[in-house]
Design a protein around this ligand. Sequence first.
Ligand SMILES: Cc1cc2nc3c(=O)[nH]c(=O)nc-3n(C[C@H](O)[C@H](O)[C@H](O)COP(=O)(O)OP(=O)(O)OC[C@H]3O[C@@H](n4cnc5c(N)ncnc54)[C@H](O)[C@@H]3O)c2cc1C
Length: 442
Amino acid sequence: MLSSARRTKDQRADVIVVGSGLAGLSAAHRIAEAGLSVAVLEASGRPGGRMVTDQVDGFLLDRSGRLLTTGSMELTRHAGLSSLVLRPFSAGVLVRSGGRSRRMPELRSTRGALTTVRALAHAARAPRSDALDQARLTAALNRLAGTPTGRTLARPERSAAEALSSRGLPARTVDGFLRPLLAALLGDPELTTSSHCADLALRGYARGRLCLPAGGASALPDLLAAALPPDTVCTGVRAVSAATTSVTTADHGVLGCRAVVVATDARSASELLPGLRVPDFHPATVLHHTAEAAPTEEPALFLDADRRGPVSHTAVVSATDPSRTPPGRPLITSTVLGPVSAEPIGVLDKAARRQLAELYGTCTEDWELIGAHHDPEAVPAMPAPHDFQRPVRLLSGLYVCGDHRDTSSVEGALISGRRAADALLGDFGLAAAPSAPAAAAA
Ligand SMILES: Cc1cc2nc3c(=O)[nH]c(=O)nc-3n(C[C@H](O)[C@H](O)[C@H](O)COP(=O)(O)OP(=O)(O)OC[C@H]3O[C@@H](n4cnc5c(N)ncnc54)[C@H](O)[C@@H]3O)c2cc1C
């Protein structure tokens, strides 16, 4: 890719984007669509940032335990992601709580919404208290699914944990489902996240289905990068400073341009743009196991409300997305959140196996650990009050984007890239292209 860095130097690009995560690629895509030439500088050896998938012995192993929802408009309407295939967890969410496993309600779409009456009918065979809990939860999720963003954001803002305990739902529902679900969606086991962010995450769950990108997390950056003109992304090029009309790199000199978009993670952005605040972060570790036989064929997400070990959520990923494994080999991916995720991998693996044996009801001693990845800064923290639209235009010619500008998520990164591109195009007097139709949910 060095040649493309040289090309950037020789043929000055209109815009330089620093960082090829989802935010940077999304911004580059929109800027290129408007007719400007773009160069994307990436410090590491491959594009994608935190959305990286490693290939190990025929397995596709995500470095993050990615959970997306089919209800995400930004994801499904992005022009560069029109051929993205999403694989839903079609068997829904199974929660282990009080030593029992329960299937939790999914609403899927407003049209196919599970009504309170249907929820009661569904749960008729369950103990009476379970049936009522499920019906109340379904009603609450239905209400949330139909609540416009403005009304959600007009509610008092506090921590998600505080908000959950004041919503009038039984403790069994809060502790036995909503807490573990939100921990998984937000990457925050203590639920210190703003209640506004938590409500929007729950609304996304209520409006769509949890899903995985077919072929691994890197499918998203790969599609975005492929939609850019050839040689737009220059890997192995680290920026050390950024100004309105140039980027200085560690090994490739000073690259001139007409505008710069800094699209790195929050910490690197604050180094390139002194004055930007560095947020706190939630750490995470992902463990990938294979086994002789799959512990279940259910394409479901398993949550452990009993917290009997370090794993927050786990899934037989190969049941949801068979393209990630060699034929006949199961892939079980489990995510550890919070400070415990910093324990040595060997320690986590041992504790996780004990927990997973109970969760899946099978022996895990013979399971093989085929991959593990720890990220101490996996997700920027979003405590209350959270600003959903931090400024992306610093000066005419200098812009910043990344999940730290919107919400700490795939969707937040994509939105921030779009906002930064639109601010830049506005300064150039150019119009942005409209969005594309929704992606397929297979
Ligand atoms: C373990 C884990 C689990 C997660 N789970 C979920 C989830 O379930 N759902 C969800 O929506 N989100 C989840 N996320 C968050 C999501 O992955 C991120 O919010 C999103 O990918 C961030 O994209 P970005 O473009 O803002 O930043 P990044 O992906 O961090 O991209 C920034 C890029 O900038 C490059 N860079 C940095 N400094 C320089 C420099 N000086 N010069 C050149 N390049 C530079 C980096 O190498 C990187 O490629 C998770 C993240 C992790 C790690």
